[in-house]
Each structure stands twice: as C-alpha cells, then as structure tokens.
Design a protein around this ligand. Structure first.
Ligand SMILES: Nc1ncnc2c1ncn2[C@@H]1O[C@H](COP(=O)(O)OP(=O)(O)OP(=O)(O)O)[C@@H](O)[C@H]1O
Ligand SMILES: [Mg+2]
Length: 272
C-alpha cells in the first residue's frame, strides 16, 4: 500500500520533472533559434517599380516586382548587368524608395517614409555588405566596425570597442583589430566590412556582389560566413553574377529587365 503510493508519488514527481525539463528545453530552443533582432523579419514587395531620371531620359530599372522573403531565408538574386539587382537591393535596404508600389518591411509599409525614418530602420534592422568594401582607409579595423554603433548612440566607447572586437573575432579577425584597411588582404577587408554589418546584430543582411572582388579562396571564406549568418537565423539576401555563388543560397530569384522571371529553390533549398 505504502509502496504503491510512494511509487505513484515517484511517478507523479518524475512526470513533473519531465514537464519542467520539456519546458526548459522549449525555452532553450526558442532563445537560441532565429530572430536575432527581436521582431519577425519579412520583406514584401508588391508591384514595385523604380524609374530613374524623371526628365526626358527615363530608365525603368524595376518594372513591377512582387517578392516575399520570410524570416530566416537565404536567397540569391541573379541577373545580367543592368537588370535592376542593385536597385532592388537599395529598396530592400531602405537606401531608396520605390517610384510606385509598396514595400512592407516586417509588416510595416515603408514605401514613403522620409530619409530620417529610413535611416533609423536601416541602422536597427539591416546590415549591408558591398562589392567595394567601403571601409574608411585612415582608421583601424575596430574603429571601422564600431561606426554603426556610433551612429546608433551606443556608449561608452569601451562598450563599442568591446562589441566591435567581438564582431571581428566572429569573422576570424581577432588578431587584426588594430590594422588599417591597407594593411589587410582583400578577403580580410571584406570580413571587416561583414563585421561592421553584424555589429548591430541586424535581423537582415543584404549583400551586393560581396565576392565580386575576391579570389576564390577568399570568396569561400566569405560565403562560409554568410552560411553561418543564415544558421543563426538571420535573413540573408545575396546578389551575385556567379552561378556557383548563387547556388550556396536556398532560393534563387532571377531578374531580367526589371522583372522577376524565375523564383525557385536551389539544390540546397530542396535537399532540406
Ligand atoms: N542613379 C541612377 N540614375 C539613373 N539610372 C540608374 C541609376 N542607377 C541605376 N540606373 C540604371 O538602372 C538600371 C538598373 O541598374 P542596377 O544598378 O540596378 O543594375 P544591376 O543589375 O545591379 O547591374 P550590375 O550587375 O552591373 O551591378 C541600369 O540600366 C542603370 O543604368
Ligand atoms: Mg549592381
């Protein structure tokens, strides 16, 4: 009798313990998975056009683009020179606004925001990587990387330095923090630029031909970092000319003459 009741107690207790562990497990999973910036990162373009030069000579760079990118996706955008890839990235990154159509960033219509509001969103949510690394030549790697934190008003300086060094370490440059750009290889310079994109922990990473100026081994290192950013749950949009670079993404969007002409999973995207 007593034995049975104590067994029941044990079972009940084990059950309780299991439940607690399950809950703990769930908490652990949800706290490490995805969403580094806090909110859901979804990009949605609806019938977006961009026309440059509103005078006599007009260039229709985008002619009605519909595109939805969900949180945590890794997509490549491919297309010939002049097809509108960079224009598309400038709009996705709130560097420019559509001429017509709507852009929803994380559910918010940002199509017609003014420059100041766009800058705030960029600073908080988006990290950029460009083909030309756009590093300031006269200052050290860590001071290049701290710049977004300076603009965001992060203080004191020691906190910015710590975060900059952490970001540099995450791209394998812990031993180069005091080097200036001209004291680094091309691949290392691009990794400094990636650290700068990552230092504010953005949910979205936009990269325009990030391997365009790199030798193939340096390009591989760079792409491995993009892979890691994707694994961390960030949304990654990568523009490239090179098919083998595009194949590293999970989904490929092709544009021609300012329109999306194909949108399919890559081999990696279907294999999961
Ligand atoms: N600021 C601008 N003013 C006028 N026309 C522009 C401007 N920026 C881009 N264009 C034109 O818009 C079209 C699309 O340009 P975009 O830079 O988006 O192409 P892209 O696909 O990025 O090309 P690339 O692969 O060469 O970088 C091109 O015809 C380009 O000449
Ligand atoms: Mg371009």
């Amino acid at each position: 009798m007593t034995g049975q009741s104590s067994m029941e107690d044990d079972t009940a207790q084990m059950g309780a313990v299991e439940t607690r562990e399950d809950t703990a497990q769930l908490v652990r999973v949800s706290s490490t998975r995805g969403d580094p910036g806090g909110a859901v990162a979804t990009l949605k373009l609806a019938e977006v056009t961009k026309t440059y030069g509103m005078g006599d000579v007009q260039v229709h760079a985008l002619r009605g683009v519909d595109l939805v990118v969900d949180e945590g996706e890794y997509i490549a955008i491919m297309g010939q020179s002049g097809s509108g890839k960079s224009t598309l990235m400038h709009i996705l990154g709130c560097l420019d606004s559509p001429t017509t159509g709507t852009y929803y960033l994380e559910g918010r219509d940002v199509s017609q925001l003014d420059e100041l509001e766009l800058a705030k969103i960029r600073n908080r949510r988006i990290g950029f990587v460009f083909q030309q690394f756009h590093l300031l030549p006269r200052i050290s790697a860590w001071r290049n990387v701290e710049l977004p934190l300076v603009y965001a008003g992060v203080r004191p300086r020691s906190a910015r330095r710590e975060r900059a060094i952490e970001a540099l370490a995450s791209v394998g440059l812990a031993d180069r923090v005091e080097h200036r750009p001209n004291e680094l290889s091309g691949g290392q310079q691009q990794r400094v630029a990636i650290a700068r994109a990552l230092v504010s922990d953005p949910a979205i990473i936009l990269a325009d031909e990030p391997t365009g100026n790199l030798a193939s081994d340096q390009a591989d290192e760079t792409l491995a970092i993009f892979e890691a950013m994707h694994d961390q749950g960030r949304t990654v949009v990568l523009i490239t000319h090179e098919p083998d670079v595009g194949e590293r993404a999970r989904r490929m969007v092709r544009i021609r003459d300012g329109k999306v002409i194909a949108d399919e999973p890559t081999a990696r995207g279907t294999s999961r």
